[in-house]
Design a protein around this ligand. Structure first.
Ligand code: ZN
Length: 254
């Protein structure tokens, strides 16, 4: 884990990249911003989390770090130890956590603890959609205030540019950098179900409403039909081994 704290004092904002070693967008965005050597008006902690997984160009070494929290300093896996060390670096901070997906090209935020600090960070990202993912327990955003941002398709320059824009927005609107930022009032979605199963082709589009009775996934001789309207979130053909993705409902503006 690489930790760099900039500005004077105790940081109240932390930026985390590479919880997943094969999702480079956040690390690229942080490097681009810090390369300009900006003057930080408020302290910020930057963390590159899973350096061993980055070196292996893999999601993880032993287990998914984003499912290893709270972890254990003497834990049985690399990610268990790392999860505990990371949480202690993040103590007291609101967190911006960067990811990328196999499912959707545009950035959106995932939140779990819907308190004021989390809402402030989610709005500050400038993204148009925020998903309450508290239905799925165990991720970093379950253990800290703040938002995880899915920046776009894994390994693409577009995802890196989206991450950079989100980072500049959050640094600007939290006063860490004296910069213009584009906050907003995003649409809120709430995940209420996971669609499990292996080998399905997802035939819908994320964040586009699936009507009751509509087919949204299929495999040889089998179709998955909506038993009620929903919005697909993180659904894809090959993003997960054992799951198509999540079903969500609209929940107004954040
Ligand atoms: Zn990720």
């Amino acid at each position: 884990m690489r930790v760099r704290t900039v500005g004077d004092g105790t940081p109240e904002l932390a930026v985390v990249a590479c919880l997943h070693g094969d999702e480079p967008c956040g690390k690229t965005a942080v490097e681009r911003v810090l390369a300009e050597e900006p003057t930080f008006e408020r302290p910020v902690r930057f963390v590159v989390a899973n350096e061993e997984a980055i070196a292996a160009d893999a999601r993880c070494v032993d287990e998914d770090l984003n499912r290893a929290f709270p972890g254990d300093p003497d834990g049985p896996t690399h990610e268990s130890e790392l999860a505990a060390a990371l949480l202690s670096e993040l103590r007291g901070c609101a967190v911006l956590d960067f990811h990328s997906t196999r499912s959707h090209p545009d950035p959106f935020a995932l939140v779990s603890r819907l308190n004021d600090r989390t809402k402030r960070i989610a709005r500050a990202t400038g993204v148009g959609r925020v998903v309450d993912i508290s239905y799925v327990a165990g991720g970093l955003v379950d253990h800290v205030d703040g938002a995880a941002v899915e920046c776009g398709l894994r390994g693409t320059e577009r995802a890196a540019r989206n991450a950079e824009r989100v980072l500049r927005n959050v640094l600007g609107s939290t006063g860490a950098l004296d910069a213009l930022s584009e906050g907003g009032t995003p649409e809120l979605y709430r995940v209420f179900d996971a669609v499990t199963g292996r080998g399905y082709e997802f035939v819908g589009e994320n964040f586009v409403r699936v009507e009751e009775g509509e087919v949204f996934a299929r495999k040889a001789g089998e179709e998955l039909r909506a038993d009620r309207p929903f919005y697909p979130v993180l659904m894809s053909t090959d993003g997960y081994d054992e799951m198509v993705g999540f079903r969500a409902e609209r929940a107004g503006k954040l």
